[in-house]
Write a protein of this length. Structure first.
Length: 444
């Protein structure tokens, strides 16, 4: 007979029994059942970890003393162990010894070279279409503003009403600057934007459709090729926010006809806090779309210092000011790991981790009234699983104090962000069981 997850809540029911003896017996039985469930889940987690072809990469990441489970890699990836030495070598050699000569020797080309590498390893993008520069917000604005004014006859921007605040705020701002109208998609909050949602709002007025590939709340994965095709059928341009998918979801931006995309590098690319974002601009649009921040780094002749701005005709046109070279260092080690592991294998482990998290949720959290706020089908979600409960704000504070680090999202959600190269199945289970224990302690 299999263990029933519902019995995990029986101590609460037992407290209303007629006698203390009956209460004690019911509590002991429930505790034994919960212990058996925990043991079975631990055995499964250990078996999955033993069979994990990427398990050796776990040792590449720096230890975090006092942290028992880090389940927030979808917000800030962990640093690699060798990052301190690489930063020290940069200060000692590239900056400290070569000094300004390093601009000619390596730094001038770094935004494009690093962009090409991100494109090749994670985006399915040929060289010359991806660049690293600025923050996510600035790059989204540059591309959104350029797309909005590409065709004066098109007067509408399409975006999801529940998209990440920056994306929504920028759409409102660009619309205000250009006199355009924002059309809002309001999809299912768990399943995210569907093809039918897009088809219902695009028209001959649509200039740009701007969506997130993975919903930052539920983790829902949008159908990029189908939605891109639908935007094109309406004559619109398509932009994707890849912040929660770059480095974890295989993509083919070139093959799928994506016009433009932006993604951050501090999540699954482990570039560190504030590391610069990347932008993809399809080759056929380069030299035609005009981004609005005309800095000297995007000029056709960067050192001409001429009286007029003439933009570069290639991907460098998306730059503006001097690139943040120091902030581009940490992600390079993670790109080495992604190249070794391949994004396809990383995605396979992501599916395994999130599937296991859902199974653990079913057995130990669902009986406590915790809601599943992510798609249950693994192929419909990205790298995080979101669960909900009214007490999760207080629970998260308790967990952080105990070395369990998930991510709280207003109003009552916890995101379990499972970065495949740095997270094991056992660490995932440790986090889920800690959520249960903290919730029971809070209720008690």
């Amino acid at each position: 007979m299999t263990d029933s997850p519902e019995t995990a809540t029986s101590p609460e029911t037992a407290t209303s029994a007629a006698t203390p003896a009956a209460t004690a017996t019911a509590t002991a039985t429930a505790t034994a059942t919960a212990t058996a469930t925990d043991r079975r889940l631990v055995d499964l987690a250990q078996a999955l970890d033993a069979a994990d072809p990427l398990r050796t990469h776990l040792d590449a990441f720096a230890d975090a003393p006092g942290v028992r489970a880090y389940l927030d890699g979808n917000s800030l990836g962990r640093p690699l162990k060798d990052t301190p030495e690489k930063l020290a070598a940069f200060v000692r050699d590239d900056w400290g010894t070569r000094l300004i000569r390093s601009w000619d020797e390596q730094w001038m080309a770094l935004p494009m070279e690093l962009g090409d590498r991100i494109g090749r390893l994670t985006l399915g993008a040929a060289a010359g279409q991806t660049v690293v520069a600025d923050s996510t917000s600035v790059l989204i604005y540059k591309l959104m503003r350029a797309a909005a004014t590409a065709d004066p006859s098109r007067t509408e921007l399409v975006i999801e009403a529940g998209n990440f605040p920056t994306d929504r705020f920028l759409a409102d701002g660009v619309a205000a600057e250009t006199g355009m109208t924002v059309r809002w998609i309001e999809p299912d909050p768990v399943l995210g934007v569907q093809l039918a949602d897009v088809e219902a709002v695009v028209s001959e007025k649509t200039a740009l459709v701007s969506l997130s590939h993975v919903d930052y709340r539920s983790g829902a994965l949008a159908d990029m090729p189908a939605i891109t095709a639908a935007a094109h059928d309406a004559g619109a341009l398509m932009m994707w926010d890849l912040c929660h998918s770059a480095g974890i979801i295989p993509m083919q931006l070139d093959a799928w006809g994506v016009d433009m995309a932006v993604g951050c590098t501090y999540k699954y690319l482990n570039g560190g806090p504030g590391s610069p974002a990347f932008a993809y601009l399809r080759r056929e649009h380069q030299g035609l779309l005009r981004q609005p921040i005309h800095g000297w780094w995007s000029a056709a002749d960067i050192f001409a210092m001429g009286p007029e701005y003439v933009p570069a005709g290639d991907i460098r046109q998306l730059l503006s000011g001097t690139p943040p070279v120091t902030s581009m260092l940490a992600m390079q080690g993670m790109l080495d790991l992604i190249e070794q592991a391949t994004v396809e294998q990383i995605h396979e482990k992501s599916l395994s981790l999130t599937d296991f998290a859902v199974r653990a949720y079913d057995e130990v959290l669902a009986p406590l009234g915790v809601r599943m706020l992510s798609p249950r089908d693994a192929v419909q979600r990205g790298g995080h699983v979101t669960i909900g409960h009214p007490d999760f704000r207080a629970v998260t504070q308790r967990l952080w104090g105990e070395g369990i680090i998930p991510d709280f999202r207003f109003p009552d959600g916890i995101r379990l962000g499972l970065s495949p190269l740095s997270t094991s199945h056992l660490e995932t289970l440790t986090g889920v069981l800690a959520v249960r224990d903290a919730l029971l302690s809070h209720d008690g």
